[in-house]
Design a protein around this ligand. Structure first.
Ligand SMILES: [Zn+2]
Length: 255
């Protein structure tokens, strides 16, 4: 079974002491590729260093809405330079977070829209963070499209999922789907088009129900895959293959 983790933060300091072992465990678990989205401009150099060519790790560069206080307008110019020079697989993590208090909505919207415009200009997919903001994300995508991308750790409605699909967006699903109380999410996962699905861990965050409170890591992706397979009544291999193909297509990953 070959899996692709479409969203994990292997570059962050939580992995500084054992990053190689974490990657080795992922490979052993069949997770052969990871997409690693950025958080803030100050971390791009470290991210590049972690995503060595040939490692199966693929960097995306961008400005994460939760780290709004670290972003400066000039970082958008720097992002353009990084995109031109590094040719990343995507722009992100970008998006809107209306859940965390104290994050200015207007300013978030500006950074998000500027990154959508860059994605359009460079024909790159976007990796979108949408917390309590799925509707606003859809409005922005409509305005700046045509675009393609993924709304990671999807938590919106079935109707919003349909709208995102129509606008070229896939949904990333991870640890939250393993919680039995996540009824709405589990219903959605059971019935959504398989072509719209990506698997993710969001490591070091969002561990599965069996590892509550622990640091998450990409080697746990099979648990997400098996849960979704069970919910859809198919073999895990079917989900693994389809979601890996979806990731290859969206991010234009090598084989
Ligand atoms: Zn993330």
């Amino acid at each position: 079974m070959v899996l692709t983790d479409s969203h994990c933060h292997l570059d962050v300091s939580e992995f500084d002491t054992d990053r190689d072992a974490v990657i080795a465990r992922a490979r052993q678990a069949g997770v052969t590729r990871q997409v690693v989205p950025a958080i803030a401009a100050a971390g791009w150099a470290q991210l590049k260093q972690v995503c060595v060519p040939g490692s199966g790790l693929f960097a995306a560069y961008g400005l994460h809405p939760m780290f709004l206080s670290e972003h400066r307008p000039e970082h958008l110019d720097q992002l353009r330079t990084w995109i031109e020079r590094e040719r990343p697989v995507a722009i992100g993590e970008c998006g809107l977070d209306f859940f965390v208090e104290g994050l200015d909505h207007v300013l978030q919207q500006q950074y998000f829209e500027d990154q959508l415009a860059l994605a359009r200009e460079f024909d790159l997919p976007v990796i979108v963070h949408a917390r309590r903001a799925t509707e606003a994300v859809i409005v922005a995508i409509r305005r700046f499209g045509p675009l393609r991308g993924v709304v990671h750790s999807y938590a919106g409605s079935e109707e919003q999922a349909r709208q995102l699909w129509e606008h070229g967006f896939l949904l990333g699903l991870g640890g939250p789907v393993t919680y039995e109380r996540a009824q709405r999410l589990r219903r959605l996962v059971a019935s959504m088009p398989l072509e719209q699905l990506l698997l993710e861990t969001d490591a070091p965050d969002q561990p599965d129900a069996g590892h509550r409170g622990q640091r998450n890591e990409p080697a746990r992706l099979p648990v997400v895959c098996e849960t979704i397979a069970q919910l859809r009544g198919v073999a895990p291999e079917v989900i693994a293959q389809a979601t890996s193909n979806n990731a290859t297509r969206l991010f234009r990953l090598p084989g």
